[in-house]
Design a binder for this molecule. Structure first.
Ligand code: AMP
Ligand code: MN
Ligand code: MN
Ligand code: MN
Length: 290
C-alpha cells in the first residue's frame, strides 16, 4: 500500500509553503516514480510555469492545480482545484484578494505572538515567504531559525496550531466563491483531506451537499493520515453522491518523513479523477500501475 501510486494529485512547492522549488519538486516526483503530478500550492499559481517546463523535460504529466483557502460555516476548508486553466478569467483579482488577507493576517499573527512575549517575527516570516503568499508555516520556520522551538511541528503545537494564539482567523472567501473560481477556470473542485476538519460524518455530508450545490465535483479520499476506515467511508460517500475522487501525498518537504511523493493508501474507484484528467487513458492506467 505504501509503494508509489504512480501519480500524486496534491503537492506543494516553494511558491507557497513547500521547501522545494517547483522544478526540484517535479524532479523529485519523477525519481519517486510519479508519472502524473498535480502542483497544488496554497492560494497561488506562481509555481505552475516552472513546474510545467520541468515536467516536460522529465516526461511526466503536470496537472495544473491550486489549493484554495475558503470558509464554510466559519470553518476553514481547503479546496483543491485540479485541471484548472491558469490563464482563465478571474484568477488575478481572486488570488490578489487572498494575498491581501494573508498579509493582514500575518501582521495580526506577529502582533499576537508579541503580546505573549515572543520577538516580532513578521520580518523573518516575510523573508522566508519571499514571493509566496505568507502563512503560518513561514512563522513556524522563523521560530525554528530564531531558536524559539526545536521544530516546525513544535511551533504549531505550541503557538500556531488550532486553538493556539497564532491561529488567527481571516475572512477567507466562502466555499461557493472558491468553487465558482475553479469552475470558471474549467477545473475540478475537490474537498482536500476531508477528515482533517474535525467534522462529524453528518457534518461532512452537509459540506459535500453544499459543495455539490455550488457546482463542485468531489473529495480527496486517500492522503497521509487517512485510516482504512476513513478511506472506506469516503469512497462510500463518493459512490452515494456520485462524487469524483482524488488522492495525493500533500507533500511539502523531503524532511517530513511521513509524506513522500506518490505515497498514500491505494484504492480503486470507477470515479477516479485521474482517469478524467488524463485524456490518454493508457497513461493513466500505467500511472495507477494497472
Ligand atoms: P495557513 O494557510 O497559513 O493557515 O497555513 C496552513 C498550513 O500550515 C497547512 O497547509 C500546513 O502546511 C501547515 N499546518 C497547519 N496546521 C498544522 C499543524 N497542526 N502541524 C503542522 N503543520 C500544520
Ligand atoms: Mn501547507
Ligand atoms: Mn490542506
Ligand atoms: Mn496541501
Amino acid at each position: 500500500m505504501k509503494q508509489s501510486a504512480g501519480y500524486d494529485l496534491h503537492s506543494h512547492s516553494r511558491a507557497s509553503d513547500g521547501s522545494l522549488a517547483p522544478a526540484e519538486l517535479v524532479r523529485a516526483a519523477a525519481e519517486a516514480g510519479v508519472r502524473v503530478l498535480a502542483l497544488t500550492d496554497h492560494d497561488t499559481l506562481a509555481g505552475l510555469d516552472e513546474a510545467r517546463a520541468a515536467a516536460r523535460a522529465e516526461q511526466i504529466r503536470l496537472v495544473d492545480g491550486v489549493e484554495l483557502t475558503c470558509l464554510w460555516h466559519r470553518r476553514v476548508i481547503h479546496l483543491l482545484g485540479l485541471g484548472i486553466d491558469p490563464q482563465a478569467e478571474g484568477w488575478g483579482p481572486y488570488l490578489q484578494g487572498l494575498r491581501e488577507l494573508r498579509e493582514a493576517r500575518a501582521q495580526a499573527i506577529a502582533d499576537k505572538l508579541v503580546t505573549r512575549g515572543l520577538p516580532d517575527l513578521l520580518g523573518a516570516a516575510r523573508a522566508l515567504a519571499g514571493e509566496a503568499p505568507i502563512g503560518r508555516p513561514h512563522f513556524a520556520q522563523a521560530m525554528v531559525d530564531a531558536g524559539l522551538v526545536g521544530s516546525a511541528q513544535q511551533a504549531f503545537d505550541t503557538w500556531l496550531g488550532q486553538g493556539q494564539v497564532g491561529d488567527v482567523k481571516a475572512q477567507w472567501p466562502a466555499l461557493a466563491e472558491a468553487v465558482a473560481q475553479i469552475k470558471r477556470a474549467g477545473g475540478y473542485a475537490m474537498i482536500a483531506h476531508p477528515t482533517k476538519y474535525n467534522l462529524t460524518f453528518t457534518r461532512l455530508r452537509a459540506l459535500v451537499a453544499d459543495l455539490l450545490a455550488a457546482g463542485g465535483d468531489g473529495i480527496e479520499v486517500s492522503y497521509p493520515g487517512v485510516t482504512p476506515n476513513h478511506l472506506r467511508d469516503l469512497l462510500q460517500l463518493a459512490d452515494r453522491q456520485a462524487l469524483w475522487v482524488s488522492a495525493g501525498s500533500d507533500f511539502h518537504s523531503p524532511s517530513q518523513r511521513w509524506t513522500a511523493l506518490g505515497r498514500f493508501a491505494h484504492f480503486d474507484s470507477e470515479r477516479h479523477l485521474l482517469d478524467r484528467l488524463c485524456n490518454d487513458t493508457e497513461r493513466s492506467r500505467a500511472a495507477k500501475g494497472l
